[in-house]
Design a protein around this ligand. Structure first.
Ligand SMILES: C[S@@+](CC[C@H](N)C(=O)[O-])C[C@H]1O[C@@H](n2cnc3c(N)ncnc32)[C@H](O)[C@@H]1O
Length: 231
């Protein structure tokens, strides 16, 4: 496999350890291992190259959080970035919030931002290596950040880490992008993917409360593990 050292998709690292990636047939970068992925995202955080950052919790997620019945639910925010969602949850009485992100630079900042808050746990690491269960998993521009070749793994991991009545909920882009990340997709594609790999979609509709820049381009969804007749 040919390895390209390229600045396409802003992959040129300013560190001593330049990012290496291979390009798939669509010209998308495939990060080859966990360390490469980590370096890619960590460089973005270190350089402040974080165009995805809303600077606030999305109003659509706010609405979702307001309807969660159990303040002690175990909540996970994967690929959490600046975790505005966690601030909102903590301010609204939730007591068991876990954040995970692969970027050490970001995680250092988060640890100082949420210092001494016993309702939050901050993990530095790869979502795909998680080995615990949650009642609620929050999706906010994490799915679109991983390469499409990892989407089945994403769904299968969600099936493993959701509790029996657990909910995966959040926002997904309903549009295409050139290159990526972010990697886009459509409502129909997501429904099929979830259904085929063990998630039952409870709701997936165009989001009505997106921030202005994303209006008409994202869907709000909730999904849970598919249940067999016996459970
Ligand atoms: C597009 S950003 C979104 C951040 C945040 N959710 C937001 O909306 O502002 C994607 C985030 O996922 C993190 N990330 C990428 N791959 C990851 C992985 N395998 N495990 C955990 N975090 C990951 C990146 O470091 C980055 O912070």
């Amino acid at each position: 496999m040919e390895v390209n050292h390229t600045n396409t998709y802003e992959l040129n690292s300013k560190s001593d350890n330049p990012i290496q990636c291979t390009m798939d047939d669509n010209g998308c970068c495939i990060v080859e291992d966990n360390n490469t992925e980590k370096a890619f995202w960590d460089d973005r955080w270190a350089a402040g190259s974080t165009g995805w950052d809303l600077g606030r919790v999305s109003p659509e997620l706010q609405k979702f959080f307001d309807l969660l019945p159990d303040k002690n639910a175990a909540i996970l925010i994967p690929g959490c970035g600046n975790a505005y969602e966690a601030e909102y949850l903590l301010n609204h009485g939730f007591t068991n919030v876990t954040l995970i992100d692969i970027s050490p630079t970001l995680v250092r900042n988060l640890r100082s931002k949420f210092e001494n808050n016993s309702s939050i746990r901050i993990l530095e690491g790869d979502f795909f290596q998680l080995n615990e269960t949650y009642d609620v998993v929050v999706e906010q521009t994490f799915f679109c950040a991983i390469h499409p070749s990892m989407r089945v793994d994403y769904v299968q991991k969600m099936v493993k880490i959701l509790t029996e009545k657990g909910i995966l909920g959040g926002l997904l882009f309903n549009r295409d992008f050139e290159g990526g990340p972010p990697f886009g997709g459509s409502k129909e594609e997501y429904k099929k993917l979830f259904h085929e790999h063990g998630l039952e979609v409870i709701e997936m509709e165009m989001a009505m409360n997106s921030i202005p820049a994303r209006q008409g381009t994202e869907v709000f969804f909730q999904a849970r593990k598919k249940h067999t007749e016996s459970n």
